[in-house]
Write a protein that binds this ligand. Structure first.
Ligand SMILES: Nc1ncnc2c1ncn2[C@@H]1O[C@H](COP(=O)(O)OP(=O)(O)OP(=O)(O)O)[C@@H](O)[C@H]1O
Length: 488
């Protein structure tokens, strides 16, 4: 149960005035003023690197702006992580922050220090279990499991549930930084319904997302950021999807349509038998974009990893890879956290950039410049650390790593996590061009719009492929119906 908060005192939960933050030459915040009142759901949108996570860190007390003022409506005053917590402000970060070696209950205790004393484990388990049930009814997460054993979607669910738990002090404002990026349609809908209930009861939400449909449906007010500034803020009903895209500085293009031309290629480049002898087999043809759909955690990632491992065991052929992989869980198996942006990109094709077994730095620099321009990696210098990039820009580097390789097949595990609208359109166009030139893509996505761009789609349910849809049959209705049908 959530606590009904007093909406009536009129104090904003937080006011930020003229906040400025710079990282070297990059002005991450260039004079941002923002106020969040009780019972408001603010949608925050902007391109990758617009400054959204930076304003979150300022509100959350983790980052002191170089100029400007932050005032909390409740609590003990001042500006720090503790002051923000006292004021009832909580945050679910884009880069999930749970400790993988601890159980869910132990993580709950790490986040809520007042959960202590005799029997804390039992009380913690009851609290987190009921919050998970309240937000994601029907979930199958065991609170005594170690976080490291969970899928990325389950980690996202757990972090959200822990954040909303009321232990000790009331929760007044929850900042959700791309909370649905790993959730499938059903889980995302459950979360949006919970957010609406929370706001109706007087709580406040700052909701950041690149999925404009959900921003429009859940927000009362929408704030648009561009290059460290707020460029527009209005009641949600005054925005349309086109209006939002234009305010962000992206160009509204007609959707990159599926060709609907039946692929004539009969050259199978990748195949797998039915999983454990059940369901349908998998096959991908030269030049096809094959989608994996279905509710999250139903075997899509396992199949992608299996396909990757089946084609990457031969080290003698490492210079001539058969497949490339774009990881969705970038922090765990995508980025090399201590390396530069450039090295994170070039690692995929070092043999192509080398002469006489020695890396040619000029060619490596040229590769970096090409992909920086082609996919819009926002950084003043590709030699900066990868972690200096915003989340979406890190994901672009992983894309570039795979696309820059000569691998004829690219496997993609929900790869658009955190990528902004404009870049997504660019990437869709690149995928289509490369497929037309003969490259094959196998693409698992939790976003229905993306699945519907594929030439052919396999729907997963209970660990196996239960349906194969082609051409005009690739529709949201058919995908959902196969996702929920009773598997034989
Ligand atoms: N620790 C850091 N060191 C250097 N630059 C940084 C650091 N953190 C953020 N930046 C830069 O500040 C800018 C704003 O980043 P921020 O993470 O706030 O963007 P964002 O709007 O959240 O993007 P995304 O949608 O990709 O998450 C970016 O150009 C980013 O590269």
């Amino acid at each position: 149960m959530s606590v009904m908060l007093d909406k009536g005192d009129g104090r904003p939960v937080v006011s930020v005035t003229d906040a400025r933050v710079s990282f070297g030459a990059v002005k991450a915040l260039d004079g941002v003023t923002l106020e969040i009142g009780a019972g408001e759901c603010i949608g925050l949108v902007g391109h990758n690197g617009a400054g959204k996570s930076t304003i979150v860190n300022v509100i959350n007390g983790g980052l002191a702006p170089h100029q400007g003022a932050i005032q909390y409506g409740h609590g003990s005053g001042g500006h720090s992580i503790n002051a923000a917590r006292d004021a009832g402000i909580r945050c679910v970060f884009q880069e999930l922050s749970l400790c993988p070696n601890l159980t869910i209950v132990e993580n709950t205790r790490v986040m809520h220090r007042s959960l202590k004393g005799w029997g804390w484990r039992k009380r913690g388990a009851a609290l987190i279990e009921s919050k998970l049930q309240e937000i994601f009814p029907g979930h199958s997460i065991d609170c005594h499991d170690a976080v490291g054993s969970l899928t990325i979607a389950e980690r996202q669910m757990v972090e959200i549930a822990i954040t909303f738990c009321e232990i000790g002090s009331p929760v007044r404002l929850v900042i959700l930084d791309e909370p649905t990026s790993s959730l499938d349609t059903r889980l995302a809908e459950q979360l949006l319904a919970y957010v609406e209930r929370f706001v109706r009861d007087g709580g406040s939400i700052l909701f950041i997302s690149h999925i404009l449909g959900e921003i429009l449906s859940v927000s009362s007010r929408i704030v648009v950021m561009k290059d460290g500034r707020v460029v527009s803020q209005r009641p949600a009903e005054e925005f349309s999807e086109h209006g939002l895209i234009e305010a962000m500085g992206s160009v509204v293009k007609s959707r990159e349509a599926r060709t609907n031309v039946q692929k004539t290629s009969t050259a199978s480049v990748l195949a797998a038998p039915p999983v454990r002898g059940r369901g349908l087999p998998f096959q991908a043809m030269k030049g096809e974009i094959v989608g994996f759909a279905g509710l999250g955690g139903h075997g899509q990632t396992d199949m992608l990893v299996g396909l990757f491992e089946s084609r990457t065991g031969n080290w003698l052929r490492a210079g001539n890879p058969e497949v490339a992989f774009v990881a969705g869980d970038r922090a765990v198996n995508g980025t090399f956290a201590l390396w530069s942006i450039l090295r994170n990109l070039s690692i995929g094709i070092l043999p192509d950039l080398s002469r006489l077994q020695t890396l040619d730095f000029t060619r490596e620099e040229a590769l970096g410049q090409t992909w920086k321009d082609r996919i819009g990696i926002r950084t003043p210098d590709m030699n900066n650390p990868i972690l200096s990039l915003s989340g979406g820009n890190q994901q672009k580097v992983l894309f570039a790593r795979a696309l820059a390789s000569r691998a004829p097949v690219v496997l993609m595990d929900d790869p658009m996590r955190g990528v902004d609208f404009g870049t997504k359109q660019e990437v869709y166009a690149i995928l289509r061009r490369e497929a037309d030139a003969g490259r094959t893509f196998v693409w698992y996505s939790t976003e229905m719009d993306e699945v519907c761009l594929c030439d052919r789609v396999y729907v997963f349910n209970i660990g196996m492929i239960v349906a194969e849809l082609t051409g005009d049959d690739v529709t949201e209705e058919n995908i959902l119906s196969a996702s929920f049908q009773e598997a034989a």
